[in-house]
Design a protein around this ligand. Structure first.
Ligand SMILES: [Zn+2]
Length: 433
């Protein structure tokens, strides 16, 4: 048994409280034994002074590409889990668009076994909706679910045939599985590499119109309504797309949705010098979309924040803007960038971040959130709001470095991560797996 841990002098963030409250936190036997000011240290306790720091329930990311099996040069389950921990994320949901794709019970079992043996934080996996992500026939959804898949998606592509998606929604409803949709109309996206609009015309880069996403969101939600199924819309980038979701939510369709940090933080104007670290799918839209998505997040229209962590090798990202692959990493920078750009600027509070990036992602998958409360699981971060994180190769644990924050500094630092009652990351002591 490990010694009790007493965190003294910190301020505690919670999803249901805009203000931070000052309290000590005692961790014993893997759980939070007490939360109160001025707690005495029990015999044998290790006391950690966290004055000036913020204790935050650990994050959970429901949209992560781990690339294993198939592209272990970009990321592995092990490296991706280390990247998560480094960013303050203690649970991740892997997408099934690996090579080969995760579309059978056997593949789900394979990934879960790898995760159990190698990952430093719990890794769950999703499974494909259709066999081989080809959009033609349904994959073995029941079998995958039995083996532990917690979501089904052809992410990376839409299910282009609406009849196939309708059947999938009806089928998934019979056992309460969640389908998630990457909304895109491939015929409209064509060979587009960035948002279609003023910037794409100016740069001479083929564009992806926002309606490519919006039409598919509308279609998928209409199908969810007719199938009386449950659907999760992934990485919404368009403000109009968000408004479509609002309408269906108001109509009582069972829809949840996510927004990624990059669609809040960046827009097509950032592409001015053809930096491929701003190339992702769906693409960065306009500055106005940024502002409206942020409003949507504050109103509670977005259920969760998720990164769409998408590692690619330096070689691939060094190609011409049109040729380079879509996607950027996110696990290591999501929390600090949202703090730096939004919480520190008073755009929203810690309560929003805890709700949307810690509690609701867990609820979405049917897991319990991890509030810092007496009797609860000890799964939290010690965050230093004044420290600076330099996002360079010595900091990152991902095998890929394709992030727009590369070699930039962000205010805020994940100093310690507690999980299962133990300090599993301790940056000041140099313990970063
Ligand atoms: Zn996607």
């Amino acid at each position: 048994m490990t010694a009790p841990l007493l965190f003294k002098g910190g301020r505690i963030a919670a999803e249901d409280r805009p203000d931070l409250i000052e309290a000590d936190v005692l961790v014993e036997n893997g759980r939070i034994a007490a939360v109160a000011p001025g707690l005495p240290a029990p015999a044998g306790a290790e006391v950690r002074d966290v004055g000036g720091k913020i204790l935050v329930p650990a994050m959970f990311d429901v949209h992560v590409h781990l690339r294993e099996p198939g592209r272990e040069d970009k990321e592995t389950i092990e490296s991706g889990s280390k990247a998560a921990l480094n960013g303050g994320v203690t649970g991740i949901l892997a997408m099934p668009n690996t090579e080969p794709p995760i579309d059978s019970g056997g593949m789900v079992r394979f990934v879960r076994n790898l995760a159990r043996d190698r990952a430093v934080v719990p890794v769950w996996t999703s499974g494909c909706i259709t066999k081989g992500r080809k959009g033609e026939s349904l994959a073995e959804i029941a079998d995958m679910r039995e083996q532990g898949a917690v979501m089904f998606t052809d992410d990376g592509s839409p299910v282009s045939n609406p009849q196939v998606l309708r059947r999938a929604l009806e089928y998934a409803r019979t056992f309460g599985a969640i389908l998630a949709s990457h909304c895109e109309t491939m015929e409209l996206s064509g060979d587009g590499a960035m948002n279609e609009g003023r910037m794409s015309y100016r740069l001479g880069v083929p564009g992806v119109p926002a309606c490519s996403e919006e039409i598919c969101i509308d279609r998928d939600l209409a199908l969810a309504r007719v199938a009386r199924g449950r659907i999760h819309i992934q990485h919404v980038s368009s403000a109009r797309g968000m408004e479509i979701i609002r309408r269906y939510k108001e109509d009582g369709v069972q829809v949840t949705c996510e927004v990624s940090p990059h669609h809040l933080l960046f827009c097509d104007e950032d592409i001015a010098d053809f930096d491929t670290h701003y190339k992702m799918n769906p693409p960065l839209r306009t500055r106005e979309d940024n502002a409206r998505l942020l409003e949507g997040l504050k109103e509670g229209l977005f259920d969760v924040i998720a990164t769409d962590h998408a590692p690619h090798t330096r070689f691939e990202k060094d190609r011409d803007f049109r040729e380079a692959p879509f996607g950027i990493t996110g696990l290591e920078t999501a929390l600090i960038s949202l703090y730096d750009r939004f919480i520190r600027a008073d755009a929203f509070g810690w309560d929003l971040l805890v709700r949307r990036y810690s509690a609701e992602p867990r609820r979405l998958l049917g897991f319990d959130p991890v509030p810092i409360a007496e009797g609860g699981a000890a799964e939290f971060l010690v965050f230093d709001p004044e420290a600076v994180t330099r996002v360079d190769e010595t900091f990152m644990r991902s095998l890929s470095i394709n992030t727009p924050f590369l070699n930039r500094e962000l205010r805020g630092s994940v100093e310690q991560v507690v999980r299962d009652g133990q300090v599993v990351l301790d940056r000041p002591a140099g313990v970063v797996p």
